[in-house]
Design a protein around this ligand. Structure first.
Ligand code: ADP
Length: 164
């Protein structure tokens, strides 16, 4: 069975990567899918995020990386995925994730959502926290893959204070 792991990944964190690695152990294939969401104002373009994920998952031959828009369930069907993979960090994730899971189940009853509990070491990580730390010059090497840390440094060093 294949799994779809959808998200914004703006940017990919070590928490996301841990979930992808564990998903790759559980499933024949994992499609990591970056949502093209014009309503969010991302730091990295979809293409940059795809490249970050590709670089970080190069050691996982069963992992594919793709971008999508529209309904997650429609993209899961298009990929031939039987499972949507999501991570749960804390109780605060639960309510939102459960609502999405029920919605997706109502749209595509044969598609299951599987939640993996975040690795303890990564449970405090979110893309927003990483961006906040990087924006103010803090070290993020223990939070994101090496390539992403470089991208963040470049992004926030180049940006003028007014645009931050
Ligand atoms: P969203 O899809 O809500 O925009 P993200 O792109 O940040 O959110 O996350 C995609 C998925 O990865 C979600 O299921 C989220 O709960 C999970 N996730 C986020 N951060 C972590 C982490 N530190 N460890 C494991 N899973 C995470």
């Amino acid at each position: 069975m294949r799994a779809l792991y959808p998200g914004s990944f703006d940017p990919l964190t070590l928490g996301h990567l841990d979930l992808i690695e564990r998903g790759a152990q559980l499933f024949d294939g994992v499609v990591v899918a970056v949502l093209r969401n014009p309503s969010k104002n991302p730091c990295f373009s979809v293409e940059e995020r795809l490249e970050q994920i590709r670089r970080a998952t190069g050691h996982l031959p069963s992992v594919e990386v793709a971008a999508f828009d529209g309904l997650t369930v429609a993209f899961a069907q298009q990929c031939g995925a039987g499972v949507i993979l999501r991570g749960l960090r804390a109780l605060s994730d639960f309510e939102y994730e459960l609502q999405i899971a029920h919605t997706n189940k109502s749209l595509a009853p044969r598609l299951e959502t599987l939640f993996l509990a975040t690795a303890t070491a990564h449970s405090f990580l979110s893309s927003s926290v990483v961006k906040e730390v990087a924006r103010f010059g803090g070290a993020v090497d223990h939070m994101v893959p090496a390539g992403v840390a470089e991208d963040l440094t470049r992004l926030f060093n180049q940006a003028s204070p007014a645009s931050l």
